[in-house]
Design a protein around this ligand. Structure first.
Ligand code: MG
Length: 337
């Protein structure tokens, strides 16, 4: 099976300022596997590099006929890089769908009408005026996710209050692990009063005691607390049982569509909610994740909307809904060479 790697420099529409730092360009790697495609997000704060990903692609052995998808996935070598593995898993699913001449969601028996509303992320800005501008330009998106982690919970709450002043839209927040449990216990009830619909990763990635403190000390009727950085692959889900209300599943964290589906099943068994999220990615990886959206409570698939040079077309957002392409496999199409 012919294999080719392709590096892409993705231009971000706005410098993406997070609690980790700011970036304006991201370099992802595409995997062309015969007539199929996969994508690996290079997430700098995960210590990822394009070279490591390309090294993995070049190490792939000849793969069995992807008609037997499970066999082909089992034949993928292990990798330190979940994103590289995800690219190979996505490409094999694409090839499988193309061979069977059906879109992935149909092969899984999923009804796209059950996909939740998609959220759109508004990053922090350098000053209040540009933040207000950024919010106004996101007005057309009914569900807006505010990135927090501005320094203190007080300045974070100000960001949410500014958003509430500017927009009537539904709001949710992602603190990206910026708070201590003690700060979260004070801030979260105030966010609930503002009407925020969920709070993602209030405490640091490794702060499992913090999650426990939040569960113990917060009142029962607060918005759901969703783990993002605290959850990675399938094996990380059981550690969060009873500590969080939901998990944010991303293909680049867990290693692809098969582990993502396993995580969804586990989360449901533990009574957790499910969010399908993404990294800064083109329509290749975003569309792959979108095929799982009918299984999720929340979809946060806007990585392709945050870049200006997406070479692919795939999933679309129409009338606030996720619209999956009706072509075989992922159903994505190259629109720029
Ligand atoms: Mg997050």
């Amino acid at each position: 099976m012919p294999i080719r790697s392709e590096k892409l420099a993705l231009q971000l529409e706005n410098p993406f300022k997070l609690s980790y730092g700011a970036t304006t360009i991201r370099e992802n790697v595409l995997l062309h596997l015969d007539k199929a495609i996969g994508e690996a997000a290079v997430v700098p704060y995960y210590g990822e590099t394009p070279e490591r990903i390309i090294g993995y692609f070049e190490s792939l052995p000849p793969l069995p006929d992807p008609f037997f998808l499970e066999d082909a996935l089992d034949a993928l070598p292990p990798s330190e890089s979940a994103a590289a593995r995800a690219a190979a898993d996505i490409a094999l699913h694409d090839l499988w769908g193309k061979q069977l001449d059906q879109p992935l969601y149909k092969l899984w028996g999923l009804n796209p009408a059950h996909a939740p509303q998609n959220s759109f992320t508004v990053a922090m800005a350098d000053d209040e005026t540009s933040y207000r501008e950024r919010l106004r330009s996101a007005q057309k998106y009914p569900l807006i996710k505010l990135k927090l982690g501005s320094g203190t919970p007080e300045t974070d709450l100000d960001l949410v209050r500014i958003a509430r002043e500017e927009l009537p839209n539904r709001l949710c927040v992602d603190a990206n692990g910026a708070w201590t449990a003690e700060q979260g216990i004070k801030a979260i009830p105030l966010l609930a009063e503002i009407g925020v619909i969920f709070i993602e990763q209030p405490v640091a990635k490794e702060d499992f005691e913090g999650w426990r403190d939040l569960k113990t000390h917060l009142p029962a009727h607060i918005p759901p607390l969703i783990a993002d950085e605290s959850v990675q692959g399938v094996e990380s889900v059981p550690h969060l049982m009873g500590l969080v209300d939901g998990i944010n599943i991303k293909l680049a964290k867990c290693g692809g569509l098969r582990p993502a589906r396993q995580m969804i099943a586990l989360a449901r068994a533990y009574g957790m909610q499910v969010m399908i999220g993404c990294m800064i990615e083109t329509s290749v990886a975003i569309t792959a994740a979108a095929h799982l959206a009918p299984l999720a409570d929340y979809a946060d698939l806007d990585g392709n909307l945050l870049i200006t040079n997406d070479p692919y077309r795939g999933v679309k957002i129409e009338n606030e809904r996720i619209v999956l392409p009706d072509a075989p496999g992922l159903g994505v199409e190259r629109c720029v060479e």
